[in-house]
Design a protein around this ligand. Structure first.
Ligand SMILES: Nc1ncnc2c1ncn2[C@@H]1O[C@H](COP(=O)(O)OP(=O)(O)OP(=O)(O)O)[C@@H](O)[C@H]1O
Ligand SMILES: O=C(O)[C@H](O)COP(=O)(O)O
Length: 394
């Protein structure tokens, strides 16, 4: 990476404003998945050991510039204290006099968590005044929030223009792994793209077609391609206005010599529910009143073979409605194939695919699970991430 990191600067005694992504799922005030908190620990520990006075800042949810009591970061401070094995104080605001006073009390190695930065309207507007107010709290800015790096907000981008600005260790690792995969991939290189909509994955498919040897398609978006192949899709998800684009993608794959793999069989249901009647049908026989909610067993087998023969696989988006057990089989099969393919470097592109791998207890058998949903998607589209661009060059 051509950006400076925490390892490139002196941190002793410095007040460090470290942006992390503690946007964790919560239910009834409890954190339901702490992956992102754990992923930030190496950087926090590094800053503590280096003798910095650590101010952590994050967003949680989408409070739209207002204080929303359920979106305070208080439960995160508590859990972080436990994980770090040291007290993490928390402020009720993210800048201002009260926060300044708390920062002034910090000793080297202390950690303070600021309140949810999205309680302020200026955060998402990247208001220069708010960025300046954040910057006044610190001597150095560290961005470790890969998951929010695609957002040009006051705490992810604006602040970097006021302080020496470097990346954290998680940010560095994410950019290294994803960057190497895309710029210098081991081959055969396979991308697996699923999820709900073609429209959300246009940029990713387009960019990956330039780089991969195999492109595997699954999930709800597959049916627009199935229709483009000339088959009926019944009540399955279909974006009629993207059929032509789907054809173009298949043509581009052919022109570039990319193997384009589509479902050969699917699980269809007469209802979008766990109680639905289901059956496995060949792809060309989806009944008019049924919808395809998962890939079928033959497809899973076909995809497993390609995965096994690949040296590198990037996976974004589930193969079916994995939240319902009846339609989780295809996503599970892909996850298991990746877990079993010992010579394959597997990169899970965050979001739902990461959640699925967690659900199947296979997370520790993947080579890299990105903490970024939207961020990893934009990176895979070949876009520059504003939170990264703003950091100091090496
Ligand atoms: N055949 C299908 N029919 C309808 N919905 C489906 C189908 N297959 C998958 N889905 C749904 O697609 C959703 C995931 O789509 P989405 O595009 O948001 O995934 P993602 O790419 O993992 O998201 P992220 O951008 O967060 O990584 C899941 O909720 C899943 O239930
Ligand atoms: O969960 C994420 O993908 C990041 O934390 C960014 O959150 P956002 O989509 O609300 O900006």
């Amino acid at each position: 990476m051509n950006k400076k990191s925490v390892k490139d600067i002196d941190l002793k005694g410095k007040r460090v404003f470290c942006r992390v992504d503690f946007n964790v799922p919560m239910k009834d005030g409890q954190i339901t998945d702490e992956t992102r908190i754990k992923a930030a620990l190496p950087t926090i520990q590094y800053l503590v050991n280096a003798g910095a006075k650590v101010l952590l800042a994050s967003h949680l949810g989408r409070p739209k510039g207002q204080v929303v009591e359920e979106l305070r970061l208080t439960p995160v401070a508590k859990r972080l204290s436990e994980l770090l094995g040291k007290e993490v104080k928390k402020t009720d605001e993210a800048y201002g006099e009260a926060v300044q006073a708390e920062v002034a009390k910090l000793n080297e190695g202390d950690v303070l968590l600021l309140e949810n930065v999205r309680f302020y309207p200026g955060e998402e507007k990247n208001d220069p005044e708010l960025a300046k107010s954040f910057a006044e709290l610190a001597d150095v800015y560290v961005n470790d929030a890969f998951g929010a790096a695609h957002r040009a907000h006051a705490s992810t981008e604006g602040i970097a223009h006021h302080l020496p600005a470097v990346s954290g260790l998680l940010m560095e690792k994410e950019l290294d792994v994803l960057g190497k995969a895309l710029s210098n991939p081991e081959r055969p290189f396979t991308a697996i793209i699923g999820g709900a909509k073609v429209k959300d994955k246009i940029g990713v498919i387009d960019n990956l077609l330039e780089k991969v040897d195999n492109l595997i398609i699954g999930g709800g978006l597959a049916y627009t391609f199935v229709k483009a192949q000339g088959h009926e899709v019944g009540k399955s998800l279909l974006e009629a206005d993207k059929i032509e684009l789907a054809k173009e993608f298949m043509k581009k794959a052919e022109d570039k010599g990319v193997k384009f793999l589509m479902p050969v069989d699917v699980i269809v249901a007469d209802d979008f529910s766990e109680d639905a009647n289901t059956k496995v049908v060949p792809i060309e026989e989806i009944p008019a009143d049924w919808e395809a909610l998962d890939i079928g067993p033959k497809t899973s087998e076909l995809y497993a073979k390609v995965i096994e023969d690949s040296k590198l696989v990037i996976w974004n988006g589930p193969m079916g409605v994995f939240e319902l057990n009846k339609f989780a089989g295809g996503t599970r099969a892909v996850a298991e194939s990746l877990a079993e393919a010992n010579d394959t470097y597997s990169v899970i592109g965050g979001g739902d695919s990461a959640a699925a791998v967690e659900k199947f207890h296979l997370a520790d058998r993947m080579s890299h699970i990105s903490t970024g949903g939207g961020a990893s998607l934009e990176f895979m589209e070949g876009k520059e991430l504003p939170g990264v661009v703003a950091l100091n060059d090496k």
